[in-house]
Design a protein around this ligand. Structure first.
Ligand code: ADP
Length: 324
């Protein structure tokens, strides 16, 4: 498996987009019949590698499609790279790449023909598109298969060619919808490395949709968590983890109700999670106060976890919101 053909510079390149935010949405809403796929999403996203995390059906693809004017929002406004794509559709497409979740190749075309054609559709002259196609197919790790019909490709090769068509015209931002779907571990690793290098080495902002927390954590510096069409969180991954740092989870071996009452009696706000654990905020990183309370109140033993994995917890909440 080829590694991405770019070397990491010591400092990240300056963002190519002039504005402070690559995405701005205000009250973005999309309703399909009785289904509210996206509900009043307002967000301002700076350049970088942004993960769009949420379970299947949460509204991630709908969000992207509304941003790219592939769906018309029911309400709200959206800008990509400071421009409302509805107003300047063609000019915006030259700066934006999109790799949809579904196959998007054209039957009967070889990989390199297809990617060249996509470059032309984005406004490149044929010769430049063809030259750039070969560079980008090298980058995504595609060899002689590029001369074969895309219809004959494996899932991994289709993912690569999808990524290549999103990058061929050298966009400022790419939207990648579930780019690792259907890949084996080495294929996934290669694509994730490549996605991570787009911002780091080339200054291309990335919005990567995934229902896989580990993929987002692996390559993204920010995350938007979406559940049931609503934006649940948006922050840098570091910021989000530190905001949730002082949380303690307690799994009592028994007498959960008495445990809960003791914590409430001690002035703590207690949330009982669906898995039976009790979650409380802690004033410090220490769990000594919990142990003291257990001793004083003769509570049964308990498993105590300080600072549970914030991203994982938020992701679980987004799934719960989906069923809520
Ligand atoms: P995700 O990308 O997070 O998996 P989607 O944005 O694809 O979620 O879908 C969000 C919700 O909107 C789902 O319940 C889905 O069934 C519904 N939905 C998406 N597209 C359409 C459509 N064209 N018509 C009707 N419902 C849709």
């Amino acid at each position: 498996m080829n590694a991405p053909a770019t070397a990491a510079p010591l400092v990240p390149p300056a963002p190519r987009s002039a504005g402070n935010f690559v995405i701005e949405a205000h009250g973005l809403t999309k309703v399909y019949g009785a289904q509210r796929a996206l509900s009043n999403v307002s967000v301002q996203v700076p350049p970088g590698t942004i993960g769009l995390l949420g379970p299947n059906g949460a509204g991630k693809s709908t969000f992207i499609k509304c941003l790219l004017n592939l769906e018309t929002p029911t309400a709200g406004t959206a800008q990509v790279l400071g421009v409302d794509i509805r107003a300047r559709n063609r000019a915006s497409r030259e700066k934006v790449g999109y790799s949809p979740e579904q196959d998007c190749h054209i039957a009967g075309m070889a990989g390199c023909e297809y990617v060249t054609y996509c470059g032309q559709l984005a406004g490149m002259p044929f010769r430049k598109a063809r030259q750039r196609t070969h560079e980008i197919l090298d980058l995504v790790g595609m060899g002689q298969e590029r001369y074969r019909l895309v219809d004959t490709y494996s899932t991994g090769m289709k993912q690569r060619v999808k990524l290549a068509q999103a990058l061929v015209h050298d966009p400022e931002i790419v939207f990648l919808d579930e780019p690792t779907n259907g890949l084996d571990p080495s294929g996934r690793e290669h694509i994730l490395q490549l996605v991570g290098s787009l911002w780091r080495d080339l200054g291309i902002s990335v919005v990567m949709c995934s229902h896989l927390l580990r993929d987002i954590e692996r390559v993204c510096d920010r995350v938007m968590i979406i559940g049931h069409g609503r934006l649940l969180e948006h922050d840098s991954i570091v910021g989000l983890k530190s905001r949730h740092r002082r949380i303690v989870e307690i799994a009592p071996a028994g007498e959960t109700e008495r445990f809960q009452a003791a914590l409430t009696g001690a002035g703590r706000t207690v949330v009982k999670l669906s898995n039976g654990k009790l979650r409380v905020e802690s004033a410090s990183d220490s769990i000594e106060w919990v142990l003291e309370l257990m001793r004083d109140q003769h509570l049964p033993p308990a498993e105590i976890v300080a600072n549970p994995d914030a991203l994982h917890e938020l992701f679980i909440q987004s799934i719960a919101a989906d069923h809520g």
